[in-house]
Ligand binder design. Structure first.
Ligand code: NAP
Length: 319
């Protein structure tokens, strides 16, 4: 892309030169900096954390504790299988053992709960990831109730959810994706303290916990959802946008203002059949100071956070 490309922004009634001087900060419209967006790739952040995890795993192994994760999958959903492959690769690098348990699509509630019971009883397993959603919501609820909270590395149990909302991490772990959002912001030195953070989405697995974690970091947080009015105006005022709606490229230029940090959690299939985020790639490129790509952003960090939780759970077993 040419450095001096002129971008027309009819919504704002002006044009500016990309690569030139432009307003960077919503809170100080007079602040100007050269605008070359930083692409917040997940891989370097994941690699750095993995090195730290490997060292912690080696220390545990020296004490005869081998950190181990059980992955429970019901059926063969392609996105579950893709995540599982990523987790296997990351586990190898972080020196975490994986026990894969695969049940057929038509597995009964009894079969699923029996596996959870076995995981609870097995002292050599420190964490459990059960792919969700299950077809049967009631079974999913009962499985979550049954899992030992100490082994709940992806925030299935009420105990872990309480940990997110109270900030007391001793009673559980945050969902891996929500924590990956915070880790990426920190890795790329983005100040959260006192900033206006807008979270798009209020799901139990991403939107709500991401909002809580941002609040814990002293951001002022606005949570938006499908019934939110004036979404464009709310987004424009944000310093940090966390998009987790699952709406392919819904957030376009009209929602953004210059110099924002955009964490795009969405994983969608675009009109061209390619993977895309919730925020239009060209809009991120034109407006953001820093942004995560899709693919290659938050997703790469999520499985590393999973390994971090397994190692922490294993460390807690060592007295
Ligand atoms: P979800 O349970 O479907 O929740 C979507 C949320 O977005 C809901 O709160 C919904 O509002 C809100 N929303 C939907 N349309 C909206 C609109 N037009 N305007 C404003 N808000 C809107 O999805 P999820 O499980 O949280 O996942 C969100 C995305 O993250 C998906 O693309 C998923 O594939 C992706 N994901 C990424 C990772 C990763 O590691 N990168 C991991 C897991 C998931 P209501 O509550 O009002 O319905």
């Amino acid at each position: 892309m040419p450095r001096w490309q002129i971008l027309s922004m009819p919504m704002y009634g002006k044009s500016f030169l990309k690569g030139d001087i432009m307003c960077m900060n919503n809170t100080d419209k007079n602040q100007t900096k050269a605008m070359t967006p930083v692409i917040m790739k997940g891989a370097p952040a994941a690699e750095r954390l993995t090195e730290e995890l490997k060292a912690r795993s080696e220390k545990l192994r020296a004490q005869s504790v081998v950190p181990a994760l059980a992955i429970l999958r019901v059926g063969s959903d392609p996105s579950d299988m893709a995540y599982e492959r990523g987790a296997l690769k990351r586990a190898e690098k972080a020196l975490v053992e994986i026990k894969s348990i695969v049940l057929p699509e038509n597995a009964s509630e009894q079969d699923i709960l029996a596996e959870i019971e076995k995981i609870n009883a097995d002292d050599s397993i420190h964490g459990c990831l059960m792919f969700r959603p299950l077809k049967n919501k009631e079974t999913e609820k009962r499985a979550a109730e049954m899992l030992d909270p100490k082994k709940d590395v992806d925030c299935m149990t009420l105990s872990s959810q309480a940990a997110v909302y109270t900030g007391n991490r001793e009673c559980g772990f945050a969902p891996c994706t929500a924590e990956a959002v915070i880790e990426l912001l920190k890795y790329y030195n983005i100040e959260i303290f006192g900033k206006n953070a807008v979270v798009l989405g209020r799901s139990q697995v991403i939107g709500k916990p991401a909002a809580m974690l941002l609040l814990e970091e002293n951001a002022t947080v606005t949570v938006c959802h499908s019934k939110t009015k004036d979404l464009e105006e709310i987004c424009k005022k944000a310093d940090i946008i966390v998009a987790a709606m699952g709406r392919a490229e819904m957030i376009s230029e009209e929602y953004l203002s210059a110099g924002q940090t955009i964490i795009d959690v969405g994983i969608n299939v675009g009109a061209d059949g390619k993977m895309c985020g919730d925020v239009k790639g060209s809009a991120k490129e034109a407006f953001a100071a820093k942004y995560t790509p899709v693919p290659g952003g938050v997703g790469s960090m999520t499985s590393t956070i999973l390994m971090k939780h397994v190692i922490e759970a294993a460390e807690r077993t060592v007295v």
